[in-house]
Design a protein around this ligand. Sequence first.
Ligand code: NOJ
Length: 510
Amino acid sequence: MSVWLKSAVFYEIYPNSFMDSDGDGYGDFKGITSRLDHIKSLGANAIWLNPHYRSPFMDGGYDISDYFKVSERFGTEADFDEFINTAHAKGIKVILDLVPGHTSEQNPDFLRSAENTRNDMYDRFIWTNGEWDFPQGYRAVAGRHNRKGNYIVNFFSTQPALNYGFNEVTDPSWQMSYKSESALKTREWLKSVMRFWLDRGADGFRVDMADSLVKNDGDRDEKPATSEIWRDIRKMLDEEYPDAVIVSEWSSPQSIRAGFHADFMLDHHGNPYNLLVRAEECGKHSYFDKNGGGDAAAIADGFTKWYDAVKNNGYIALISCNHDTPRLAPYYTEDQLKLIYTTLFTLPGVPFVYYGDEIGMKYVKDMPSVECGFARTGTRTPMQWNTDKNAGFSSADTTFLPADVDKRINVAAQEKDKKSLLNFLRGFFQFRRSRKEFTDTDLEFLYAKGSEPLVYRRGGLTVAVNPLAVKQTAPVALRPKAKAVFAVGKEAKPSKDGIVVPPMSLTVFE
Ligand code: NOJ
């Protein structure tokens, strides 16, 4: 197991939006390189870079036309190498986005597969047998190529699914087993992509839709054949690149059983992350709704089950947000964000901070869709560095997306303000680093009920959180000598009735 992951704090960068060094309105590698010190100053020691490959950008770069080249939009091959090398020199690891399940419809391998003659790529993608076939349960795209058949897609119609085969073959006229020679060739091709970027200096991958490889493979918590493939890939990594990590977009403990080092707990209805901060989407109250109505018991129960299922073999990856999800601001205030981040990142798992969340950048509602971002577009606006043109992101007259120039929500302003979210988070990550309990010890929930204070233990540390705008007491007896070592808002105090937790506060006791 790669040791560095244990103490990793990740910073997610959407390259279009982070920093534009050449004034063309898009972020680029040189821009990222110039801002590595900002990432380091936050206390992050690893980066997850969203897709950097050559792409027509019909889905923010998750549609790759050349897996072995960087996008010219982000700079040259040399700029990419400089970025990785500079990050390493500063003690920052870099994981890249790996998109194993589908390519761009403009990928030359796909175009070759779309020719109506048998060739070396004929079975690299999944095609039905005839141009009038629309198999139930699949999304098949018809009428775009001369091959007599329709291709299956994983996401948008511009993203044809690579052929890793089927677990249960229900129609052998067009479905192949995941053990077929063609499916095995796709798997070997994927390994070659991974080796290429690992040899180039990458420290691992965030794996897009990791559970999507094999078709007819049961539900998300099973996926036996897809899991078999990932275990095979993990074996390759352990043998050839023992320090490399793979973090999956899967959102199930099955991912760790499949060989991933960590797995994102994503915003899925009813899971602990959703119940903590995003339950409104399903007509409920989040735990962090300051007016109450949350469900701490369900959060504690769900988190404990998930954690117990993975803890000896991998990590849960906990996110402030990501490029697919509305940012938590403006739905929560800055004070609430402090509580939310510290709660998430004192639970067992690997923290992932989405760029801009450290200054409380807002989700921009009703933003016109760009590059098929749709509702996600409002979460991908340019990083806000200062109050200059385009918030200091770019000198261009037109940028990838308009920047939100805000007097307070920018790095320069918050650097100067001791009480800013940015400085608060810097202090928090320093504290987190100094206490091994957060990475070395287990989790035990001591009290979890409705919107009452959530109290949990990490080794010798006890954390008490109150999300409400009123003081609350948790019936938990602390050790007599317990002292507060970190607090958000006013410190909680032990009393004969339990821990008295001030409104909207979090305290860590030792
Ligand atoms: C998940 C990615 O996070 C998202 O941005 C992308 O559109 C889909 N997978 C398809 O690759």
